[in-house]
Design a protein around this ligand. Structure first.
Ligand SMILES: [Zn+2]
Length: 282
């Protein structure tokens, strides 16, 4: 793979009991950080992987019925963690972000989208069409807050399954070469959300597989356990989720040198996030 540079950090978090995220987990309250990635490509410039939370989550959930979403997820969003503020603190202007890959359109992955009006957005056509067709007032039941999405989402989003070169993949069947230069591959990870995507990339230091919410905690791969069945209620397809989970396990056993990075796994991400934007660590 062509090498890129990677930086990871958090933009807000919510809290939940560990036993929700993993069957047989404890009652301990754990933080689910909203991880985001900043990728520096040698010719394409800056690319964001997901956009975390912003305090627009609070205004978007101020009134019923979407207030229910706020009450159900105890969210903390330090202003300085919002991506646009982290970038500004390091002299990166919002219009320098040319590309944003959205793994899926849940509110903890799309919070910052509106801050980058000049970026091209990339998603799967399944995720985009599903999101566009959701009703504004009930979309929160699917984890989507329409107030967080730009009005020109449809015009600005390129569907990777329509524009990207497809390559054969022995685990996932197909992978999408985002820029056609073998630097960033996107793969389908459906189940948690419709049309969810993961990203594979390689830096000078190692290979990474950002798997979004396809798994929540890395133990679920290591110990081969699924989340608490109650979360089925919030998942798009439990059948697809289990199939995706199985594929990630196979990928992990074939490519143990690749670091699998679940968005919300604190144990994995705490060693990866850096307080200042730097491309020399990962
Ligand atoms: Zn999430």
């Amino acid at each position: 793979m062509k090498k890129v540079k990677l930086y990871l950090n958090y933009a807000g978090y919510c809290v939940a009991k560990e036993k929700m995220a993993i069957r047989n987990g404890t009652g301990e309250i754990i933080k689910f950080h909203a991880l985001w990635g900043l990728i520096k490509h040698p010719t394409q410039g800056f690319i964001l992987f997901d956009t975390g939370y912003t305090d627009r989550f609070l205004s978007a959930t101020k009134y019923f019925p979407s207030r229910i979403y706020y009450l159900a997820t105890k969210v903390e969003i330090p202003k300085k963690e919002e991506i646009v503020n982290q970038l500004k603190a390091h002299q990166i202007a919002p219009d320098e972000i040319k590309h944003i890959v959205i793994s899926h359109f849940h509110a903890d992955h799309t919070g910052g989208l509106i801050d980058f009006p000049n970026a091209t957005i990339y998603a799967s056509s399944k995720a985009l069409n599903y999101t566009l067709n959701l009703n504004k007032y009930s979309s929160f039941t699917k984890g989507v807050l329409k107030d967080l999405l730009p009005n020109d989402l449809k015009e600005r989003t390129k569907c990777i399954d329509q524009i990207c070169i497809r390559k054969q993949d022995e685990v996932f069947g197909v992978k999408y070469d985002l820029f056609g230069d073998e630097s960033i591959y996107l793969v389908d990870l459906p189940g948690h959300a419709k049309g969810q995507l993961g990203m594979q990339l390689s830096t000078e230091k190692r290979n990474y597989f950002l798997v979004a919410d396809a798994i929540w905690l890395k133990q679920s791969i290591e110990k081969k356990v699924l989340p608490n069945p109650i979360v089925r209620l919030f998942f798009d397809s439990w059948k697809d989720y289990k199939s995706t989970h199985e594929k990630i396990k196979i990928f992990h056993s074939r490519y143990p040198e690749t670091l699998i990075v679940p968005t919300h796994c604190h144990q994995t991400t705490r060693d990866l996030v850096q307080p200042i934007i730097t491309f020399d660590v990962l």
